[in-house]
Design a binder for this molecule. Structure first.
Ligand SMILES: CC(C)(COP(=O)(O)OP(=O)(O)OC[C@H]1O[C@@H](n2cnc3c(N)ncnc32)[C@H](O)[C@@H]1OP(=O)(O)O)[C@@H](O)C(=O)NCCC(=O)NCCS
Length: 190
């Protein structure tokens, strides 16, 4: 079943990053990366056309209390959302507590291993602080960049399914899971 998140008082740190709730003053940074062509589409949403659109999303992030801003060198460069996974697709684990990760990073910062670093800390939070039983994550079948992130984090492939995006487009989507037992077997960093 889906865990009900409230990250209002949660701040997470990694070597290079701070993960914290979004605030209104993040608007310019959010718009800067969300307006770029070829970023949001990989996660199922079109580039933002103007700042008003970014403000709507920012207000949603703030109200819903389940999306971390990724801060690098005092700038918000992306987000990680703790989303509802589709329970109907995971009937075999319906009695377990879980969530789904969704993430996006500014194109200017791709290829530095920043998202795996950020997600690793969010997974630690999910399993060690929230005591979740599993975390789900998916990627469009053509999104090799996201597939690589999930492989690096230890996720295991489950199945492919067709999902509708926010723009009503149907996409083949590969679902991965990381179960609690497997998380605790992953190699630890010192
Ligand atoms: C997916 C994403 C978060 C990866 O973040 P990241 O911090 O760049 O992750 P990594 O540095 O580990 O790179 C992951 C893979 O992206 C590819 N990649 C790296 N830099 C790239 C670049 N500049 N251009 C294209 N692909 C690149 C590589 O295949 C890399 O895998 P490798 O390390 O095995 O070579 C980022 O590409 C992104 O935000 N994409 C748009 C949104 C999205 O896809 N969200 C996920 C929806 S499921």
């Amino acid at each position: 079943m889906n865990y009900k998140h409230d990250i209002s008082n949660t701040i997470l740190k990694t070597n290079r990053l701070t993960l914290r709730p979004f605030v209104l003053s993040d608007l310019d940074d959010l718009y800067e990366y969300a307006k770029v062509d070829g970023v949001g589409q990989m996660a199922g949403w079109p580039p933002h056309k103007n700042k008003e659109e970014s403000l709507m999303i920012l207000n949603m992030f703030i109200e819903e209390k389940k999306t971390f801003a990724i801060v690098y060198e005092n700038k918000v460069i992306g987000s990680i959302g703790l989303e509802n996974y589709p329970e109907e697709l995971f009937k075999n684990i319906k009695d377990l507590n879980g969530t789904e990760l969704g993430y996006v990073l500014s194109k200017d910062y791709w290829g530095k291993g920043l998202m795996p670093e950020a997600c690793k800390e969010v997974l630690r939070y999910c399993f060690e602080n929230l005591k979740l039983d599993f975390v789900a994550c998916c990627y469009f079948a053509w999104n090799n960049q996201s597939k690589r992130v999930q492989e690096k984090l230890g996720f295991k492939y489950q199945f492919e399914t067709i999902r509708k995006t926010r723009t009503e487009k149907e996409e083949n989507c590969a679902y991965n899971l990381l179960m609690k037992e497997d998380y605790y077997q992953l190699p630890r960093e010192n």
